[in-house]
Design a protein around this ligand. Structure first.
Ligand SMILES: NC(=O)c1ccc[n+]([C@@H]2O[C@H](COP(=O)([O-])OP(=O)(O)OC[C@H]3O[C@@H](n4cnc5c(N)ncnc54)[C@H](O)[C@@H]3O)[C@@H](O)[C@H]2O)c1
Length: 263
């Protein structure tokens, strides 16, 4: 991918699943990475795994990756993540705004507390990290790239995910508005909409569901007949962050094995 070597990249929610695969992909491209996550032990484990992968070492030495734990839904957590990344890397060129959470729950049973938690991590947290990073990028005056994680659930209403769907739909309009306001500063802003991807989050959601429900879902709802891999979403982030996407702005990239193509 053109233009990623040497880039300073902050990945929120980089300690697991799609975010961890994205950290690895950016390191392979020669970028320098700070990854965030909710759980300190998970952050430390992922940083440890990535830094010992000799395959990630570039001409300038071993892979450069560090981690910061904190809750992005809190102003203090989001600010600490962005300030920590600026301190560690000397600035942020690319934000992969990826942290998120989900669980299934029928609309009629969602409590206000559950509604607030999903919206607060997936939408408020995304806003807080994006705004702090964008302020830094505008002040620096050298442009940048911000990629917000939405979902196919931001484009259609899957049952039992009203809070999650609302949060991811909100991310899409947050992304478009940021693109409208930040384009003149040379900051490109886009969203990703993955479909069903094999990650620890989905493994947790699928716990208790019969194996044939999951395989039936994959064959019945996804034209490619399988779940996606975290690496396949990481490739989308890498493309959107690269110079190959220099005129892609204010839109979303769907990575779903054809799921949304079904009528
Ligand atoms: N797995 C899928 O099928 C799928 C599909 C579409 C979109 N997504 C989105 O992709 C993103 C990553 O999901 P994943 O499947 O890799 O999940 P995951 O559970 O493997 O990883 C989630 C990451 O977000 C972090 N995180 C969660 N809550 C946080 C908080 N309050 N503060 C800071 N960090 C927090 C976790 O520590 C972890 O690093 C999420 O935004 C999710 O909504 C996932």
């Amino acid at each position: 991918m053109r233009g990623l070597a040497g880039k300073r990249v902050l990945i929120s929610g980089g300690s697991s699943g799609i975010g961890a695969a994205t950290a690895r992909r950016f390191l392979e491209e020669g970028a320098r990475v700070v990854l965030g996550g909710l759980d300190q032990a998970e952050v430390d484990r992922t940083v440890g795994e990535l830094s010992t992968l000799s395959a990630l070492s570039g001409p300038s030495g071993p892979a450069e990756v560090t981690g910061l734990a904190g809750d992005v839904s809190a102003e203090s957590g989001a600010a600490a993540l962005v300030d920590g990344a600026i301190a560690a890397l000397g600035g942020i060129d690319v934000l992969v705004n990826n942290a998120g959470t989900a669980w299934r729950e029928p609309f009629l049973e969602i409590t206000p507390a559950h509604w607030d938690r999903i919206i607060s991590v997936n939408l408020r947290g995304m806003f807080l990290v994006a705004q702090a990073t964008a302020r830094h990028m505008v002040e620096r005056g050298a442009g940048g790239v911000i990629l917000n994680m939405s979902s196919t659930n931001g484009l259609g209403g899957e049952a039992d995910y009203a809070h999650y769907n609302a949060s991811k739909g909100g991310v899409l309009l947050l992304t478009k508005t940021m693109a409208v306001e930040l384009g003149r500063h040379g900051i490109r802003v886009n969203a990703l909409c993955p479909g069903y991807i094999k990650t620890p989050l989905n493994a947790q959601i699928s716990e208790g569901l019969a194996d044939d429900f999951v395989s039936g879902y994959e064959s019945g709802h996804i034209p490619l007949g399988r779940a996606g891999l975290a690496e396949e979403v990481a490739a989308g982030y890498a493309f959107l962050a690269s110079d190959d996407a220099s005129f892609v702005h204010g839109t979303e990239l769907v990575i779903d094995g054809g799921q949304l193509a079904i009528m």
